[in-house]
Design a protein around this ligand. Structure first.
Ligand code: NAD
Length: 441
């Protein structure tokens, strides 16, 4: 039986980054992937979606060109071309990953686990000091009649054309990103969301503001609405605020969360799952079997690509701070958050100071004609430390990185307000303005 220092199962962000780092450090690493390198993020998630978001943003800018003093004669939108462009970007990035993994033994095949830290792939038995499971997740399909009539995010991202009327089931991150893209391409979009507000994990105020802004772009929202069936035709049956109703559409997209993908033999290997069916791990990402770790979507702690790679660094022995993980929704405008929501901070017993700043008072945002949005920073009143930040507006996903760094460095409200210097005119000034405006609430 061949052995290595590390066997990593899964070539997504939870697997390939740490594989490259460990190999660069002189460790013998075997990475097993059954499909294409890059995982959901590169092949069916973050990257193709962000490419389509960029095309959507270009379409919106051109549609609004006259307001910038740019005269654009009649133009057409080509969704198929946008999808082709996304495929080219994906190929380029995949080439980068392959180059990154030059010192890693990559085996293409289906890995299955056996007892005693043995992994079998393509008939060969392998073992390692540490095994990292990074097998990711797949779209959830709810148990409702006709569910298979809807496409999941995987199916949606492989479409080269999209019909006129689109119903999106689920107003979470995926649902809103797809809605924002399709509205920019002139489709009639309705989002059906079970909870009373979209983005249930986000700060309520920010989620409401994003829904309102997207509504102004023509997207219809049916909240407090549970989809109960899909009929051929295509008709969505739902229980809404006014009882049972239905909605006709040409395409239904299912975006109601994701389920873990388990490698074969997980039970035989003695690895325990939690009550939700994800792999149970401790603080170091170690499973119930010593020496076997699970990172990324498969452990259900935080379903984000960068969380998966951070957890993998933790599993390899690095003391990564997993408490500060920024996240973003790539809608137009973007929304982003890091740390606690206001609700959560209050429930945890913190006395708060909250500071807000509108992009309507930010010179750069006004110059860009993207002044719809706000920054909200939640501070602990006593220590002045940042507990959370929530942004809706231009480049929110990039701006939140500064706040994550400030939280990591334990910067206080006073330091952000008075001692740090921000360039002018930049969007980041809104962060400083929010800290200056902070009041006890
Ligand atoms: P989600 O959990 O974010 O949202 C799913 C939504 O569907 C929820 O709001 C839920 O209330 C609703 N829902 C469930 N059943 C329903 C029903 N029968 N009728 C109507 N609504 C229903 O899940 P997602 O949007 O599918 O995303 C999956 C995961 O991928 C998330 O963890 C997300 O964070 C991650 N992701 C992140 C990004 C990003 O960071 N930009 C992008 C895409 C996905």
């Amino acid at each position: 039986m061949r052995s290595a220092d590390f066997i990593i199962i899964g070539g997504g962000p939870g697997g390939y980054e740490i594989a490259a780092d460990l190999a660069a450090d002189g460790r013998k690493v075997i990475l097993i992937e059954r499909d294409r390198l890059g995982g959901t993020c590169l092949n069916r998630g973050c990257i193709p979606t962000k490419c389509l978001c960029a095309s959507a943003s270009a379409a919106m800018t051109v549609a609004d060109a006259a307001s910038y003093g740019v005269d654009v004669p009649a133009f057409t939108l080509d969704y198929g071309h946008a999808v082709e462009r996304a495929a080219a970007v994906m190929d380029q990035l995949r080439g980068g990953i392959e180059a990154m993994l030059r010192d890693v033994e990559v085996i293409i095949g289906e890995a299955s686990l056996k007892p005693d830290k043995v992994v079998v792939v393509n008939g060969e038995h392998l073992t390692a000091g540490r095994i990292i499971i990074a097998t990711g997740s797949r779209p959830a399909v709810p148990d409702i009649p006709g569910a298979s009539l809807a496409v999941t995010s995987d199916g949606f991202l492989s479409l080269t054309d999209v019909p006129r009327r689109v119903a999106i089931i689920g107003g979470g991150v995926i649902g809103l990103e797809f809605a924002s893209i399709l509205a920019a391409f002139g489709r009639e979009v309705t989002v059906l969301e079970f909870c009373k507000e979209v983005l249930p994990q986000f700060d309520g105020e920010i989620a409401k503001r994003l829904r309102t802004t997207l509504s102004r772009r023509g997207i219809k929202f049916l909240t407090s609405t549970r989809v109960t069936a899909i009929e051929k035709g295509l008709r969505i049956i739902y229980e809404g605020k006014r009882g049972n109703d239905s909605l006709d559409c040409d395409l239904a997209v299912m975006a109601v969360g994701r389920r873990p993908v388990m490698p074969q033999g997980i039970e035989a290997a003695g690895i325990e799952l939690d009550g939700r069916g994800f792999i149970k791990v401790d603080e170091l990402m170690e499973t119930s079997v010593g020496g076997i770790y699970a990172v990324g979507d498969v452990n259900g702690l935080c379903m984000l690509a960068h969380a998966a790679s951070a957890q993998a660094r933790r599993a390899s022995g690095i003391d990564v701070n997993l408490d500060i993980i920024p996240s973003a929704v790539f809608t137009s405008p973007e929304a982003a958050m890091v740390g606690m929501t206001e609700d959560r901070a209050r429930k945890k017993g913190h006395e708060l100071m909250i500071g807000k700043a509108s992009f309507a008072a930010n010179g750069k945002a006004l110059a860009m004609a993207e002044s719809d949005g706000t920054v909200k920073i939640i501070f602990d009143r006593e220590s002045g430390l940042i507990l959370g930040c929530h942004i809706i507006g231009p480049h929110a996903a990039d701006l939140i990185a500064e706040v994550a760094a400030l939280m990591f460095g334990m910067t206080t409200r006073e330091e952000l307000a008075e001692k740090l210097v921000h360039g002018h005119p930049t969007l980041s000034e809104a962060l400083q303005d929010a800290s200056r405006n902070a009041r006890p609430r």
